[in-house]
Ligand binder design. Structure first.
Ligand SMILES: Cc1ncc(C[n+]2csc(CCOP(=O)(O)OP(=O)(O)O)c2C)c(N)n1
Ligand code: SF4
Length: 292
């Protein structure tokens, strides 16, 4: 088992109710530690809402509002404006949502907040499906993945939320992974220094939802980064792309093999997925090369 070096600041308490081995709990710890005490959270119904729990038993050591799935970004915008009116300009307002609440149900509120360039830090825990309600597909689910509502594999691609948000020209978008905790911490730290809408996507290999072994969430996330399925990068002001892990070192096979949702994939399907990943990677690196 690999040892992850990380100094805990104690902002995320023990006793939370994530599935044992969930990388979202690990990511939550890093994010809350980096955000610090001067912060207010808004949590959309999702695994993060379940993991953190409600007052007075919340696992977060910051005040947290449990909002609705469709309105998390709007709630965060309102809280930030109320804090500003009180002269608390520096307080971070942190939105925590799943991909269903970001790519689908909360997209309208997030797009509106991004268009207004609200000063919020929005975190999307991207487990590529509606996981706390039993593992249905979302528009973040990648093609060919089996979910509760796509038993033969999803027939369409993962929605490219990063490009949608980049088109809003918000100051900061980043992708992060629980396999790269220092990179995650650095991106949260950087986002905190930027005024305006910041959106950070965290890859969360869901144990029951993806059919990943209880001890393999971080390994799966690492293979996702190393194979280029989930590239780590930043987009500043919608146009400046920077790869934070610049090389792909593996084909996608090892990543797929960790998961039951691709169990029935044949060689042709695997080749199609590899081609999709290759295509996305070359567009991304070209963009980063153009502006970096
Ligand atoms: C408008 C609306 N529709 C449906 C629900 C029921 N619901 C609660 S959480 C959830 C799944 C959320 O999925 P996601 O945002 O991806 O988070 P995850 O559970 O995967 O972390 C659903 C469908 C709801 N709360 N509100
Ligand atoms: S359902 Fe998946 S994402 Fe949610 S707590 Fe369990 S392992 Fe984590």
């Amino acid at each position: 088992m690999e040892k992850i070096e990380y100094k805990d600041e104690g902002k995320f308490c023990s006793g939370h109710v994530a599935c044992a081995g969930c990388a979202e709990a690990l990511s939550m710890r890093v994010i809350l530690n980096e955000v610090g005490d001067d912060a207010v959270g808004v949590v959309a119904p999702s695994c993060s809402a379940v993991i953190l729990g409600g007052h007075p038993m919340s696992a977060a050591k910051i005040p947290v509002l449990h909002g609705t799935l469709e309105s998390a970004a709007a709630s965060a915008s309102g809280i930030k404006r109320a804090l500003k009116a009180q002269g608390r300009d520096d307080t971070t307002v942190l939105c925590l949502a799943g991909d269903g609440g970001t790519y689908d149900i909360g997209l309208q509120a997030l797009s509106s907040a991004a268009e207004r360039n609200e000063d919020i830090l929005y975190i999307c825990f991207d487990n590529e499906g509606y996981m706390n309600t039993g593992g249905q597909k979302s528009s973040s689910t990648p093609s060919k993945a089996v979910t509760g509502s796509t038993p033969l594999g999803k027939t369409t691609r993962k929605k490219n939320m990063i490009e949608i948000l980049a088109a809003h020209r918000i100051p900061y978008i980043a992708t992060t992974s629980p396999s790269h905790l220092s990179d995650m911490a650095a991106k949260i730290k950087k986002a905190k220094t930027i005024r305006g809408t910041k959106v950070i996507f965290v890859l969360i290999p869901c144990l029951p939802g993806w059919g990943v072994a209880d001890n393999a969430a971080v390994k799966t996330a690492r293979l996702g980064v190393e194979s280029g399925v989930f590239p780590l990068f930043e987009v500043e002001n919608g146009v400046d792309y920077t790869m934070t892990v610049a090389q792909r070192t593996k084909p996608i096979d090892g990543y797929l093999a960790q998961q039951k949702r691709y169990r029935s994939l044949d060689d042709a399907g695997r080749a199609e997925l590899q081609a999709e990943v290759d295509d996305t990677w070359s567009r991304l690196t070209e963009r980063a090369g153009q502006t970096g």
